[in-house]
Design a binder for this molecule. Structure first.
Ligand code: NAP
Length: 255
């Protein structure tokens, strides 16, 4: 699908991979609704790119419904491109060394990462279904979700995160199959380690160990590289129902 002239919604658009994606889509001619938990960060990015800022907790179904209505109103129609980047990266052992269970961490991670993605996907798809088809393939839209390489290489302490990201990866195919009749594609990106707020607090020695484990290029990914894959997915209609690792060949070790 052509990007220029389309409406787009990017969740987690106030920071990291989402902000880079919002900027990149705007550079390519899309009008972008930037959704974030923190309305101020969404406003900063939206102002910079001539977009629309929306504040919402993606893990709250009612807030997502309201945010989708705001995005549609601000964009002047339903977004044909939706990119789910909102997410959290909490770590905890299932049974802590002191015997404490990490049930709260698990519940919160599933609510924000998985339920948040699912709420946005559901509302986005329903709104896209009302749009007229465009292009040679009669496409109505594309939904891109963010998994993680932890989907397949979950490390010690990543039980909640890996479970949430595994479910997001598993969602691509059934959602793509369901929405095929409407001309809506669903693809997930599973990033390796990227330079964003989520990773900037890592101690130097941890970063060095991580980097030493990345075959090539031996560095953290740039958010712009994620945004360029979003561009490829949107513009290539044959990409559908799959999860793409974007990871410089990294395979995460046990810990
Ligand atoms: P980031 O810079 O922390 O961006 C995530 C954004 O999501 C933040 O703006 C955050 O807002 C927002 N957010 C968090 N919870 C939210 C909620 N409940 N509702 C709405 N927005 C919420 O992190 P990032 O690295 O760009 O991560 C983007 C996605 O990529 C995440 O799903 C992450 O799991 C995934 N990922 C990242 C990496 C990596 O190495 N960076 C690797 C694999 C996968 P606040 O800052 O206000 O909380």
């Amino acid at each position: 699908m052509e990007i220029s002239g389309q409406g787009a919604l990017v969740t987690g658009g106030g920071s990291g991979l989402g902000a880079a994606t919002a900027r990149h889509l705007a550079t390519l001619g899309a009008k972008v609704a930037v959704l974030d938990y923190d309305l101020e960060t969404a406003r900063t990015v939206a102002k910079e790119i001539g977009g629309v800022a929306v504040g919402a907790d993606v893990g709250n179904s009612a807030e997502v419904e309201r945010a989708m209505a705001e995005a549609i109103s601000g964009l002047g129609g339903a977004p044909r491109i939706t990119v789910n980047c909102a997410g959290i990266g909490l770590a905890a052992r299932i049974v802590g060394r002191d015997g404490a269970l990490s049930l709260d961490t698990f519940e919160k991670t599933i609510r924000v990462n998985l339920m948040g993605t699912y709420y946005v996907l559901s509302h986005a798809a329903r709104a896209m279904m009302e749009l007229p088809p465009v292009g040679d393939d009669d496409e109505r839209g594309v939904i891109i979700n963010t998994s993680s390489v932890a989907w397949q290489d979950g490390q010690l302490g990543q039980g909640a995160y890996a479970a949430s990201k595994g479910a997001i990866a598993s969602l691509s195919l059934p959602a793509a199959r369901e929405f095929a009749r409407a001309g809506i594609r669903v693809v997930a990106i599973a990033p390796g380690l990227f330079e964003t707020a989520m990773t900037e607090t890592l101690p130097e020695d941890v970063r060095a160990t991580i980097t030493a484990n990345i075959p090539f290029p031996a560095r953290l990914g740039h958010a712009q590289e994620y945004a360029r894959l979003v561009e490829s997915i949107v513009t290539n209609p044959f990409l559908n129902g799959t999860t793409i690792r974007l990871d410089a060949a990294v395979r995460l070790p046990q810990s």
